[in-house]
Write a protein that binds this ligand. Sequence first.
Ligand code: KG4
Ligand code: ZN
Length: 341
Amino acid sequence: MEGGITLAIETSCDETAVALADAEGCILVSEVASQIAIHAPYGGVVPELASRNHNADLRPIVQHVLAKTGVDWSQISAVAATSGPGLASSLLIGDTTAKAMAAAKGCPFYSINHMEGHLLSPFIGVRTDMPPHTALIVSGGHTLLVRVRGVGDYALLGSTKDDAAGEAFDKVGKMIGLPYPGGPEIAKRAALGNPQAYDFPRSMIDSGDFEFSFSGLKTAVLYQLQKLGDSPSEEVIQDLCASFQEAVVEVLVTKLFLAAEADSSSLVTVSGGVSCNVHLRNHIETEAESRGICSLLARPDFSTDNAAMIAYAAVLRRRKGILGSSLQTDINPNLALADRV
Ligand code: KG4
Ligand code: ZN
């Protein structure tokens, strides 16, 4: 295994992120420049604006992480970047920058799948061997249940048929008139509301497979909102948020543990932006405890998009003896994580 420091870049959507990790996968620094304020007036990410801002922000952030840690260019022995899935014009900025750096330094380049970054993120700072487990990844673009056998050894157990969990939070937030992104805003209000106030559907909870669907739930919230008239009180909004969140969490938790049971897993992990959700975290920890199995949740700052998870994935690949990716490896906006079982 090679020593030295890995520099990783993540620009798959609207966060410009850079991190440094040492040869054991310890994160020396992880910086994220959020573009939330730039995209908020549009209620979602505008690809053209995202790539322009990645272009402007990336170089200063790279210089900043080096200055902050006192790491010298000569200590960088690998460069990694997210190559998909994500917005093509955003991915290109990080990918080409990382390739140029690796070529200039003559060091390995690692092309990393963003979802693998999320998948491995619960283990950052915990351990570098990868035990078999059942993983739930819940982000703005994906809801995936994955069987993990080791680094790079993944099988897809199920995914969403329509909206991702985070997407449902964001769309419901938009319907209610909350700022973008809706997830944290809904969670804040849900903490003050009654989760039993509205009986929203738990779509596909009894489907007997590991697939998800959240668009029916979103429509049910829309109909309820229409019934509530023009300006529902803050308490009504809190109840609506709590009931919606309860429905999402119940389905996610139920399916995760069904999958773990089917795979005889003694460990479940949860990652991706929605894993910041405190209600989801509490439910998973309680359920795991009652079943006598372990749960590992990504740290909130490693849950939403960041480059620490990309650096960590590259280090784990390197520790496995994978020497890097070809500089010809292209970005792929639809890059898949794994084949279905
Ligand atoms: O992983 P991520 O940063 O980006 C993607 O790869 O998509 O996830 C962002 C998603 C957004 O949909 C956001 O609303 C959601 O994570 N999110 C939350 C919370 N914090 C972020 N959803 C529910 N509760 C939260 N506390
Ligand atoms: Zn993500």
